[in-house]
Design a protein around this ligand. Structure first.
Ligand code: AP5
Ligand code: MG
Length: 228
């Protein structure tokens, strides 16, 4: 069902439309962006449950490949162990099927992709052509000291040693902060204070999404965003 007045009106380049098409009445396709330890996985799980959509984490999928010793896993191990980004083509090939399947099943919350301007630019045309492009993005904003504290406390294997954490945080500054700047004035991009306790972060995200959804569809049609 098309929603009058909600359409792709100003794609200033292939990866950064200012307004997005919201033409599938029962779909929700979200992006979570944040530094290592910002709480992307924590919040994505809760959002997936609330809205009945699929949580897709690029990092979790990559770690599973490593664990299963697939060809992708063998290719990416040393990138993960050093805190570097794996090559764009590998991540995009890996995500295509799950993203399309999730969109067909009702929607997704994508955690960890895109994390560079190049990935956003490269993936948008395909996603748009398939009708599975993201509809809203949430940036979880957390100060560096708190990120480090959380990751050191968690200690998820080789990725959470002090040196690799430093590298991951630096990669975030170099590669993902430009993505936030690139998306900054988009009306579908929201920033939430991710340093709050998890429940408060979650409530803020839901409030942003509900407000946004209502502004697009009108108050009588906000049921998807309210999760009811
Ligand atoms: P990825 O798995 O995406 O790791 P990351 O971005 O480093 O983030 P984390 O998963 O460590 O943290 P998170 O934000 O999910 O926070 P979480 O909820 O776990 O990527 C791993 C690697 O894969 C990359 O380094 C790269 O090599 C590769 N990769 C992935 N995507 C890629 C891409 N697109 N392109 C190229 N390479 C890619 O929370 C962290 C901790 O904090 C937990 O202990 C949690 O309990 C706690 N916590 C969460 N929220 C709060 C809160 N509000 N208050 C207090 N504690 C909290
Ligand atoms: Mg994660």
């Amino acid at each position: 069902m098309d929603v009058p007045g909600v359409e792709l009106i100003a794609a200033d380049d292939a990866g950064a439309p200012r307004r997005l098409a919201v033409s599938e009445g029962n779909q929700m396709r979200l992006l979570l962006i944040g530094a290592p330890g910002a709480g992307k996985g924590t919040q994505a799980e809760r959002l997936a449950e609330r809205f009945g959509i699929t949580h897709i984490s690029s990092g979790d999928l990559l770690r599973q490949h490593v664990k299963d010793r697939t060809s992708i896993g063998r290719m990416v191990t040393s990138y993960l162990d050093h805190g570097d980004l794996v090559p764009d083509g590998v991540v995009m090939d890996m995500l295509r099927k799950p993203v399309v399947a999730a969109a067909q099943a009702g929607g997704y919350v994508l955690d960890g992709f895109p994390r560079t301007v190049e990935q956003a630019r490269a993936s948008f045309p395909t996603a748009h052509a398939l009708g599975v492009e993201v509809q809203a993005a949430v940036h979880l904003d957390v100060a560096r000291a708190e990120l480090k504290r959380r990751l050191l406390a968690r200690r998820r294997g080789s990725e959470d040693t002090e040196a690799v954490i430093e590298r991951r945080l630096q990669v975030y500054l170099d590669k993902t902060v430009p993505l936030l700047e690139y998306y900054a004035d988009r009306e579908w991009m929201f920033t939430v204070d991710g340093a709050q306790p998890p429940d408060a972060v979650y409530e803020d995200i839901v409030a942003c999404l509900e407000g946004w959804w209502t502004s697009l569809r009108g108050p009588g049609q906000a049921s998807r965003a309210s999760g009811r």
